[in-house]
Design a protein. Structure first.
Length: 340
């Protein structure tokens, strides 16, 4: 980028740290805000976020701080990498501190319960004069910082924002693709967590490759069906933020949602599984919300409904599996270009 930007990343987790350091390494003055003062001071002194990305050296252009005003008041671009349950609170805190026209990008993969609100919609409601985007994709932070080749998606109706973020975060191992369908990109990032629990559960039960392939493709069908009812573009789900993120999250034990599914299959309660993981498992809350919305809209989502039965309605795994295999044999591909 010809002109260095002032960048703020809100959130002290692994993904926030990874993108903050990419921006800083690219020569942009970058602040990473952490709510916990002790954590911020520790990271700033050690030049390492040892709680989330141990052994990963941070750029000298990156400053960790617990002072929100210091982080965002001069920022040209702000990334919010906060769990969904705290997202609106942070958006409200940051709103009066932003310059007019600041680019604000959500990286959070979740849904707010009130009104089934996506994170970009929260930003639209809470920020009066900001340019809004969404960053999502198959992105495990540990692989990003290990310089594994990684692709992601920046979505916005603002073409200048897309171009800015692409240039801001571009590196030899991190590539950003453009999309104008914010809601579809966000739905992909949120919905895939449900199906990661499903495939984690199936894997722990000893299901083979045939089963996992069927689960992945039927999951994609459910995601597209739901997206169409939510006025998103089902074709978005054929990209990195859809099928790409679905494959990643549903096949790796680096995924918290996948690990939760495995724990449930091994006989642990939902509460014990979440406690053992020790970090937010977004798919649990997303499942509750999606099941409620799917029932309201009469969207056929047998896998999501089955998982809801196992986690919240005391259904046995074997009974649910038998019911799924005995269900209606519907069409394979449920939307095509001619339908859009």
């Amino acid at each position: 980028m010809t002109t260095p930007q002032h960048v703020a990343v809100l959130g002290g987790g692994s993904f926030g740290t990874a993108i903050a350091n990419i921006a800083a390494t690219n020569g942009h003055k970058t602040f990473q805000w952490m709510r916990n003062k002790e954590q911020a001071a520790k990271v700033q002194q050690a030049r390492e976020n040892s709680d989330y990305l141990p052994g990963y050296q941070l750029s000298d252009n990156l400053s960790a701080t617990a002072d929100l005003a210091e982080a965002v008041s001069a920022a040209d671009v702000v990334f919010i990498a906060i769990p969904s349950k705290a997202f609106r609170d942070v958006a409200r805190l940051v709103s009066p501190l932003l310059k007019a026209g600041t680019m604000v990008i959500s990286t959070t993969k979740g849904i707010e319960p009130t009104g089934f609100t996506l994170m970009s919609q929260v930003l639209e409601q809470e920020l009066s004069d900001a340019r809004i985007g969404v960053l999502s994709g198959p992105n495990f932070a540990k692989e990003i910082v290990a310089h594994q080749q990684t692709g992601s998606v920046i979505a916005s109706s603002d073409d200048e924002l897309i171009a800015c973020v692409q240039e801001l975060l571009c590196s030899s191992t991190f590539r950003l693709y453009a999309n104008s369908d914010c809601y579809g990109v966000e739905l992909g990032g949120a919905l895939k967590n449900i199906y990661a629990i499903v495939t984690g559960l199936a894997t722990a039960l000893g299901c083979g490759h045939n089963t996992i392939a069927m689960l992945l493709t039927r999951s994609l069908a459910e995601m597209g069906r739901f997206a169409k009812h939510m006025d998103a573009d089902p074709m978005t789900f054929l990209g990195l933020a859809g099928v790409g993120d679905l494959i990643l999250t549903c096949t790796s034990d680096l995924s918290r949602n996948y690990r939760l599914g495995m724990a449930i299959a091994q006989g642990k309660s939902l509460e014990q599984a979440e406690s053992d993981i020790g970090q937010a498992v977004e798919g649990v809350n997303t499942l509750r919300l999606v099941k409620q919305k799917a029932d309201e809209l009469d969207v056929y989502m047998p896998l999501a409904s089955a998982l809801h039965g196992i986690l919240f309605e005391d259904y046995s795994i074997s009974d649910v599996a038998d019911k799924l295999m005995g269900g209606e044999q519907n069409t394979d591909v449920e939307y095509s270009q001619k339908d859009l």
